[in-house]
Design a binder for this molecule. Structure first.
Ligand SMILES: *Cc1c(COP(=O)(O)O)cnc(C)c1O
Length: 398
């Protein structure tokens, strides 16, 4: 796969989000590249050099399509990285990475708090189906990570801030532990987003982004990306996972995410600011039992977040209310501008409670066991959001 040099690499991320991957349409001169909804492409006259399992040649949609490749240029640029692979979802990207790197007998260290599908993959699928040995660890405890890593550990996977508790893991410290033991480090960067955190610069080998979230930002398309400077590994991921497992993104979704990503840095700047304001408000609201947001000085991960994050601390706030599961549901339903739905990073604010009976709740620190809510801050006026939270809390009598 030939990689294009980013012509805009010297420019600010706001400029790159607009210009990288964009060009005039060569056929018409249109100032936007077209949406190519084609499954197949004209083959070269000489077929002798065609490798049907590679992404070198546009030949069939699963081997790559132009909208995917233009988006890959932009996502690599947002991380200042050499390469990115764009797939159908964040989970598709996580699976493609794990599937390519791991084989039977390898050992994986993964976090106690992680995205649901990562928990499923390492808690019950890769281990039981394929004999990959997996150990769950509290990534905020470096000694625990040191104790768990072994000579046959192939991969350490982390998420920071993590979903859903917003706790912070020290990327550089974990990278050092992983590398000292000959393991690779992958970081799920979805909560931070590339405006706020670039794990490759802190020693990570691979980054995964769910572009369904902040990068697209409009709640209308699903996609994921793997970002890395390890070109050899990226080619293997393309060959083994993209072409031969097949979680390829549709051209339409790639086109939509490309468009959404143009305003990503601007949206994220506002979301960073609003989130800090709202987190501070929640912290002083009575009957809010805790607020977990990396930008609050009260947060145990604040110092590390200051060190490894820039521009801001992201758009997800976890907090607790002094209420039972049913009352928490009534609170979510009583909101007027905040939408009661899963996902995060959309233009609209989203709220999602994690009830006390959730199968993973006991993996989280104790304070998250009652009245726990994950809140994704949107682009609405922050005062309107605060008034909405306040009226819905009053509605359930707290
Ligand atoms: C949403 C999310 C994913 C999965 O992304 P999809 O696009 O929904 O597959 C992975 N990691 C984190 C942290 C997420 O929030």
């Amino acid at each position: 796969m030939a990689r294009k040099q980013d012509k805009f690499s010297g420019y600010d991320i706001t400029t790159r989000a607009i210009h990288t991957g964009t060009d005039y349409d060569q056929e018409t001169g249109a100032v936007r590249r077209p949406l190519h909804m084609a499954n197949s492409f004209r083959l070269p006259d000489d077929l002798s050099k065609v490798n049907y399992s590679s992404t070198d040649l546009l030949m069939y949609a699963r081997n790559g399509n132009p909208n995917q490749q233009w988006l890959e240029e932009k996502i690599a640029s947002l991380h200042g990285a050499d390469d990115a692979i764009v797939l159908a979802s964040g989970v598709g990207a996580l699976h493609a990475l794990f599937w390519t790197l791991l084989k039977t007998g390898d050992h994986v260290v993964y976090p106690k708090v992680s995205y649901m599908a990562v928990y499923r993959m390492f808690h019950e699928l890769f281990n039981r189906k394929f004999g990959v040995e997996t150990d769950m660890v509290d990534m905020t405890n470096l000694d625990a990570v040191r104790r768990t890593i072994k000579s046959d550990t192939r991969l350490v996977h982390i998420e920071t801030p993590d979903n859903p508790t917003c706790c912070v893991t020290d990327i550089a410290a974990i990278a050092e532990i992983a590398h000292q033991n000959g393991a690779l480090l992958s970081v799920d960067n979805t909560f931070a987003s590339p405006l706020n955190q670039n794990p490759l610069d802190l020693g990570a080998d691979f980054v995964v982004e769910s572009m369904t979230k902040f990068i697209n930002g409009h709640g209308d398309a699903q996609g994921g990306a793997i970002i890395s400077n390890d070109l050899e590994a990226m080619d293997r991921i393309r060959y083994e996972a993209q072409v031969n497992v097949g979680a390829v993104i549709s051209p339409f979704n790639a086109w939509q995410i490309f468009r959404g990503s143009v305003t990503f840095p601007l949206r994220m700047e506002r979301i960073n600011k609003s989130s800090l304001t709202i987190a501070k408000w929640l912290e002083q609201r009575e009957n809010v039992t805790f607020v977990s947001y990396p930008g609050l000085k009260s947060n145990p991960g604040y110092k590390i977040a200051k060190k490894q994050m820039k521009n801001g601390f992201g758009g997800v706030i976890s907090f607790g209310v002094n209420a039972d599961d049913k009352s928490v549901e009534r609170f979510c339903a009583a909101l007027k501008i905040v939408t009661f739905a899963v996902s995060l990073g959309h233009d609209e604010s989203l709220i999602f409670p994690q009830p006390s009976y959730d199968e993973r709740i006991n993996l989280y620190p104790e304070k998250f066991h009652r009245g726990f809510i994950r809140f994704s801050v949107g682009l609405e006026d922050p005062n309107d959001i605060i008034l909405d939270l306040d009226q819905a809390l009053k509605d359930i009598g707290i």
